[in-house]
Design a protein around this ligand. Structure first.
Ligand code: ATP
Length: 669
């Protein structure tokens, strides 16, 4: 019976049951057998056969046509309003005569600390209109006079106080986030550093703050022009009066480029950070010459490689020019300290990056936990068909969900294709009365800037976007991210949900899963080489397993995928699975009826405490979204056993880590 053939079963599970239907798959299986001159009995469900059969189905379903979204994987170039990015802080040139002394051209000395931070910020800080001047938090008061017994007594203590002060005074941050201080200290000591920090973890500060307090210019390699421009704009507009920053790209006019090179040629350049694309550093000889001369004067502080995973062919975003950076460094600036930062790198990618960039073998490694405790992760079944009044059920559920978030909660909806993003945004606007706009790489730069700006200021509540709305989108208060279509891979999913809750406050990430979407994704993946297709299919399979999983914590599964052990085991109430498992456990308890409590909240004897969890539709039901705000957070490790299970009877029964185990096994393969 062909329908029972394991190959057919696999394909049906991949969404073809819903798109083509079982009969068509079975019929096509027969065609495929004929074309391959084999029989069902002789055919095994090997990877090669699955891929081959899938390709024949994709050809059947989509023919030679393709969805209009391949371009959305390309970088999106956005030009800001015409403005020279060269700093206007002519009056802020430091009078550091010593730095002019020539250098032998040997390895750069470790960048020295700029002893006079205020030399770069002589002007009165600009403050936002109406905003009261910020008070320095008690912990970051500047160093006191030496006579003061509380003043820093050692150089290290003074450095630390300076870092805290600069963090508050220049960047307006009351404290450092995990690992930022450690990274900054290593960078200041002139060490090569590799930093793996999650999206929104605060990587930029790790090089921006050292750049501010170091002598000379820090060169930052960044993959996207739009990302560079955002960073430059943000630094120039800091309320402290701005950090002198500039950038160089092929999109600038000749005059602007000459201005940047002239700035670098100044005896002591005003700018503290220079952003460049990898292409510029690899191909622009004038730039390399200017930086070499800067280095000879002891004013090239360090080289920063942002999104460093692009260096490695093993990474998911390889860029040939990134790979050349190591050669350029060795040829033109040997010994200049390198700081490589990324939010996504397996051990293999990391080792490759360190090797290709020629970083010291004993370079300092930093890894910040990828656990984002403020994100509530949920996978819900994407509704199909229409509602009672004939409206598309999936879009209607989306409208209702967004309305429940409130008028001011801003969010992102990720859609698969440009068409989808336009159609969904139009539905949210016209049928839901919501302030929604689409965004994709097919729009003109000015259209994209317009949407971004209106979203940033709140005029647009929701952006319905393809993955083009990605790197460099830095809005702190994104309260929800909805995946209207499943992502192609867990890396992408993690980065996309990472756009939510960058301010640290709670945010929801809901993925609407429908197996029927998988064939469309496969069709996109199919357009590369055969090996790329196979890798893409395996990644999609992992994504699908993540969605299908109901017994393991979603945070734990993600962390396991990224090679991190989630020692807590379960997140408490930060994902749909853990909420449901906690609720099931509570329901199993004989005293559950009369105890008044919430999921996951238990007293030390295993009894529940507090208010009862709201009763509602099942967390995974079509169109039924659990609002995280209605759930009480409880990730308090004190309430858990050593193995992370909830204290109380039956707690370990659901501790299935099949998904995590599967991933570990896969990674070993
Ligand atoms: N110590 C801090 N205190 C408060 N806010 C901070 C701190 N460090 C960084 N931030 C803020 O966190 C947000 C994210 O920082 P940043 O853009 O550096 O993240 P990232 O790690 O580069 O993320 P991505 O990978 O998405 O680029 C920014 O709005 C930044 O101002």
């Amino acid at each position: 019976m062909p329908a029972q053939h394991p190959l057919v079963q696999q394909i049906l599970n991949f969404g073809y049951e819903e798109t083509l239907g079982e009969d068509a798959v079975v019929a096509n299986f027969q065609h495929w057998l004929d074309a391959n001159d084999t029989t069902a009995a002789r055919t095994q469900a090997t990877e090669a056969n699955v891929n081959s059969f899938l390709e024949s189905l994709l050809a059947l379903e989509f023919g030679g046509g393709c969805l209009r979204d391949s371009e959305d994987e390309e970088p999106v170039y956005i030009e800001y309003a015409e403005r020279s990015a060269v700093s206007e802080h002519e009056d802020s040139e430091p009078s550091d005569g010593a730095s002019n002394s020539g250098s032998s051209g040997g390895p750069s000395p470790a960048p020295s600390r700029d002893t006079s931070l205020n030399a770069y910020f002589p002007r009165k800080p600009k403050l936002a209109l109406g905003a009261p001047p910020p008070e320095p938090p008690a912990a970051v008061q500047p160093a006191r006079p030496a006579a003061d017994p509380f003043a820093p007594s050692t150089e290290e203590e003074r450095d630390m106080a300076d870092l805290d002060f600069a963090n508050w005074r220049v960047f307006g941050n009351a404290a450092f986030r995990p690992q930022q201080r450690e990274v900054i200290q290593a960078v200041m000591q002139g060490k090569d550093c590799f930093v793996l920090m999650p999206t929104g973890g605060g990587k930029s500060l790790c090089y921006q703050l050292p750049a501010v307090v170091s002598k000379g210019v820090t060169v930052v390699v960044s993959p996207l022009l739009s990302l560079m421009q955002d960073q430059v704009k943000a630094l120039l507009e800091l309320p402290c009066g701005g950090v002198p920053t500039t950038y160089l790209s092929s999109q600038q006019g000749e005059g602007e480029r000459r201005g940047v090179l002239a700035e670098l040629a100044a005896p002591v350049p005003t700018c503290k950070l220079l952003y460049v694309t990898p292409e510029q550093l690899v191909k622009n000889n004038k730039l390399v010459d200017a930086l070499q001369r800067l280095r000879a004067r002891g004013l090239l502080a360090r080289l920063v490689i942002d999104e460093a995973h692009c260096v490695s062919g093993w990474g998911h975003d390889f860029r040939p020019d990134y790979k050349e950076l190591g050669n350029v460094r060795e040829r033109a600036f040997p010994g200049t300290p390198v700081l490589a930062l990324t939010a996504t790198a397996t051990d293999k990618v990391k080792a490759d990056v360190i090797k290709l960039l020629g970083m010291k073998r004993d370079c300092s490694n930093f890894k910040v936990s990828f656990y984002r405790a403020n994100l509530f992760l949920k996978v819900a079944k994407k509704p199909s068909g229409t509602t009672e009044d004939g409206k598309p059920a999936d879009k209607e559920a989306l409208v209702q969900y967004i309305k429940r978030q409130g008028n001011h909660a801003c969010g992102i909806v990720y859609a698969l294709s440009r068409d989808d993003s336009e159609v969904v945004a139009a539905y949210l606007r016209n049928e839901g009365g919501l302030r929604a706009q689409h965004y994709h790489a097919g729009m003109t730069p000015s259209q994209r800037i317009n949407v971004q700006n209106r979203w940033r200021c709140g005029a647009v509540q929701v952006v319905v976007a393809t993955i083009a709305f990605g790197m460099g989108i830095d809005k702190a208060d994104v309260r929800f991210v909805v995946h209207y279509t499943v992502s192609k891979a867990l890396e992408g999913y993690y980065q996309e949900v990472g756009r939510a809750g960058r301010d640290g406050a709670r945010a929801e990430c809901v993925l609407l899963f429908a197996a029927r979407d998988c064939p469309r994704l496969l069709n996109l993946i199919r357009r590369g080489s055969r090996s790329k297709f196979e890798r893409g299919r395996a990644a999609l399979q992992q994504m699908k397993e993540f969605c299908d999983e109901r017994d393991a914590c979603r945070h734990a599964a993600l962390l396991t995928y990224f090679g991190e052990r989630f020692t807590a085991g379960r997140c408490g109430t930060n994902c749909d699975n853990c909420v449901r498992l906690s609720r099931d456990e509570a329901a199993e308890r004989p005293d559950a009826d009369w105890l008044d409590g919430e999921p996951g909240r238990r007293d030390r004897k295993g009894g529940k405490a507090g208010r009862r969890a709201p009763k509602g539709p099942p967390a995974d039901g079509a169109g039924s979204f659990v609002s995280a705000s209605t759930l009480v957070q409880d990730a308090n490790p004190a309430r858990r056993n050593r193995d992370g299970s909830t204290i109380g009877r039956g707690a370990s029964k659901h501790m299935s880590f099949s998904f995590a185990k599967a991933f570990t096994a896969r990674r070993r393969l």
